[in-house]
Design a protein around this ligand. Structure first.
Ligand SMILES: Nc1nc2c(c(=O)[nH]1)N[C@H]1C(S)=C(S)[C@@H](COP(=O)(O)OP(=O)(O)OC[C@H]3O[C@@H](n4cnc5c(=O)[nH]c(N)nc54)[C@H](O)[C@@H]3O)O[C@H]1N2
Ligand SMILES: Nc1nc2c(c(=O)[nH]1)N[C@H]1C(S)=C(S)[C@@H](COP(=O)(O)OP(=O)(O)OC[C@H]3O[C@@H](n4cnc5c(=O)[nH]c(N)nc54)[C@H](O)[C@@H]3O)O[C@H]1N2
Ligand code: SF4
Ligand SMILES: [Mo]
Length: 644
């Protein structure tokens, strides 16, 4: 219990995480002293993940940005807001006058998922429109696959999983990346659902699963096609499949092109396990597949998601309660974002996963970059090329809470509120609840809300009368679609509300969001991953760690970074050995850890390292696209370990 000098404040977590938890913050004398998950939020259920449970260390870190910074004589120095805003406005106006708005690039990423962050896009459309990003480093491939198959990327209600007789957790590290799914899976299991896990790493899901498959990286398409082939052979497909899906005959041929045993060999899983999976998926109906974001971040990732979607479609698992192939929850769909046109308005685009090379090659050049809620120099592949591209850019402005690789190359830095200080509206990509964040504690005196920053800038660039910076204006604007259902910001501040616009069962009756309401089955099988050679025999997978939200660590990570490998994939190096991890692009100093849970072709690291600390995996990873959707193929890079 909070004692009498403490107050309890309710807010919502704005991090790039599927859960969007309701937080309870204990505050004493203006200082946050404890964080908890709200027990009355049906998704949060009173617990937090490790990275946010330990967030106070980041909140009160000595390097927190508390004042604007301006580069003078090569160093970033504290300045007042007027000086920083004047400097930024002058540069934006000058570059627009000299080279046109396409010379300015606004880059926004997922440092916060608050909907107000979209107002920065709106500002730059008014000022320009300027150059924007194209594609999506995170989910581009998988979302494009969903759109090709179903015309939308969305899911049944989270709790509809309680009606499933089988749940397949496919390439999704539940304990680490979206831990509030776990209680739902456990409850479904208590009600009789079977669980199947499929991951290149034996995750903490493995002991909870009735069956766990550990395929070679990038071979999931073989598994999906093997199971689909069995369904066709046994007559376990939806009887009216032709009525709601295009491409049935072609897909049946694709699925039958190899035997189950051949596909098991290609994926490196026991044929008996794959046969058991086919049996479970054929017999237990309805079955839900939860598709991880990870397996789509490969050169064949969209095709793999399409093969999995097709499996769910042919079995008749789409559009039914307890079924589905869930990749994403349409977190923006309940908000009115029509004030931004995005790519439709932009004079040119820079492809997010290829940003370094595209910036270096841009003609005419990009002369100004404005970064909102992103740390591209750490989080995008070919990170050293990004650094070169930013370093030669005339004007770089970054809005952030803490110093990063990207603020390191900025000319001006604006400090903004942290997740405990911010006021915003939040949708979730792992459930259909809407929530609001409100300041649990005031930001330091030198920190301003991002709407206020944009308002100050608008006034200085001649947009004062066209840009409304008030929170009330944007709340009302964003909530237009749900307002007729009695939902306003005050209601959301009181606690989570399930979106009235999201049906419990998506695509009910197999009516899809495609123009003709039909599902599309793929006409081609996913390519097999290119073989590894003796020089670089491992594939680098730098994925989520419990300790950080992308590049935002609560406490500094171990240095040098750890690389986890199967003892048989350690290239002769002992557990604890100092080593270099090397790719075609470069090398990093690391410590080797043996871990039998890792696939023997994988070198496993935490994502979120930074160049400033020498642990940024993205300096090793070449920029490459997924097969659809301009996503980042982040987990294909061949690497090796050598003694250091
Ligand atoms: N703690 C923490 N949580 C996070 C984040 C974080 O940084 N830290 N980031 C958030 C963000 S931005 C996102 S997008 C989500 C990401 O959520 P996930 O995609 O679930 O993220 P990861 O934990 O990176 O897990 C990816 C899983 O896919 C597996 N995998 C990779 N390649 C393959 C493959 O080819 N086949 C199969 N079957 N499995 C494969 C990996 O082994 C891993 O277990 O998580 C969010 N949650
Ligand atoms: N190798 C490899 N690379 C990856 C991934 C991977 O798995 N492997 N994952 C990819 C994925 S899934 C994603 S989503 C991206 C994430 O990439 P980013 O979105 O760039 O990552 P973050 O570190 O979450 O956030 C960027 C910055 O936002 C700041 N920030 C936090 N709150 C706010 C706020 O309210 N306002 C503003 N202006 N800034 C704020 C943080 O301090 C942080 O410095 O990385 C991708 N990169
Ligand atoms: S990061 Fe995700 S799991 Fe952690 S508190 Fe925030 S929303 Fe919840
Ligand atoms: Mo992401």
């Amino acid at each position: 219990m909070a004692d009498s000098t403490r107050t309890l404040h309710r807010t919502a977590c704005n991090r790039d995480c599927p859960d969007a938890c309701s937080l309870l913050v204990e505050v004493e004398a203006g200082r946050a002293v404890a964080l908890r998950g709200a027990p009355d939020d049906p998704v949060t259920r009173g617990f937090l993940c490790e990275r946010t449970a330990t967030f106070l260390a980041r909140q009160y870190a000595p390097d927190r940005l508390t004042t604007p910074l301006l580069r003078r004589g090569g160093r970033l120095e504290p300045v007042g807001w007027d000086e920083a805003l004047d400097f930024a406005a002058q540069n934006l106006l000058r570059i627009r006058a000299e080279a046109g708005p396409a010379a300015i690039f606004h880059y926004r990423s997922g440092g916060s998922l608050g909907l107000f962050k979209n107002v920065a896009d709106h500002f730059f459309e008014l000022f320009g429109p300027v150059t924007t990003k194209r594609g999506d480093i995170c989910s581009g491939g998988g979302e494009a696959a969903n759109h090709a198959d179903f015309g939308a990327s969305d899911s049944n209600d989270l709790f509809d999983l309680l009606h499933s007789r089988l749940i397949v957790v496919w390439g999704k590290n539940v304990h680490v990346s979206g831990s509030h799914l776990l209680p739902v899976l456990l409850e479904a299991k208590r009600r009789g659902a079977r669980l199947v896990g499929i991951d290149c790493v034996r995750t903490r899901m493995a002991p909870l699963c009735d069956l766990f498959l550990q395929p070679r990286p990038g071979t999931d398409g073989e598994l999906a096609l093997a199971v689909a082939g069995e369904l066709f052979a046994r007559g376990q497909v939806a009887p009216d499949l032709e009525r709601f899906a295009h491409g049935v005959a072609t897909f049946r041929d694709l699925a039958g092109a190899r035997t189950l045993a051949q596909r098991a060999a290609l994926a490196g899983v026991p044929a008996a396990d794959l046969a058991r999976f086919a049996e479970l998926y054929g017999e237990r109906h309805p079955a839900a597949i939860l598709v991880g974001w990870g397996l789509a971040r490969r050169a064949n990732g969209a095709a793999a998601v399409r093969a999995i979607d097709a499996l769910a479609t042919v079995r008749g698992n789409m559009g039914v309660s307890g079924g589905g192939a869930s990749y994403y929850f349409a977190r923006r769909a309940s908000f009115d974002l029509s004030f931004v046109q995005g790519e439709a308005a932009a004079p040119r685009t820079i492809c997010e996963p290829l940003m370094g090379q595209e910036l270096l090659a841009a003609a005419p050049p990009v002369r100004a970059i404005w970064v909102t809620a992103g740390n591209p120099l750490a989080m995008l592949p070919d990170a050293r090329a990004l650094r070169r591209a930013f370093e030669r850019t005339e004007f770089v402005a970054v809005v952030d809470t803490h110093p990063t690789d990207t603020t390191d190359v900025a000319h001006v830095v604006f400090p903004c509120p942290t997740l405990l200080e911010d006021a915003d509206l939040i949708g979730a990509y792992g459930n259909h609840w809407l929530r609001a964040s409100t300041p649990a504690i005031p930001p330091p005196p030198g920190v301003r809300h991002e709407l206020e920053l944009l308002g100050g800038l608008a006034a200085r660039v001649g947009l004062g009368d066209r840009f409304d910076a008030s929170r009330e204006h944007w709340e009302a604007r964003l909530l237009r679609k749900v307002a007729p259902h009695g939902i306003d910001a005050a209601r959301l501040r009181a606690g989570p509300v399930r979106s009235p616009l999201a049906p419990a069962v998506r695509f009910a009756g197999n009516r899809f969001d495609t123009p003709d309401r039909m599902a599309n089955l793929p006409a081609a099988a996913p390519a097999l991953p290119p073989p590894l050679d003796a020089a670089f025999p491992l594939r680098l997978m730098a994925v989520s760690t419990p300790k950080a939200q992308s590049s935002q660590w609560s406490l500094p990570p171990p240095s040098p970074a750890e690389v986890r490998v199967h003892p048989a994939g350690a290239m002769g190096l002992a557990d604890g050995a100092p080593a270099w991890i090397e790719s075609a692009l470069g090398r990093l100093a690391v410590v080797v850890r043996h871990d039998a849970a890792i696939h023997r072709e994988v070198a496993f690291m935490a994502k979120g390292g930074q160049q400033r600390r020498g642990d940024c995996a993205n300096v090793l990873i070449r920029a490459a696209l997924t097969d659809l959707g301009d996503g980042g193929a982040l987990y294909d890079e061949p690497v090796r370990l050598v003694a250091r």
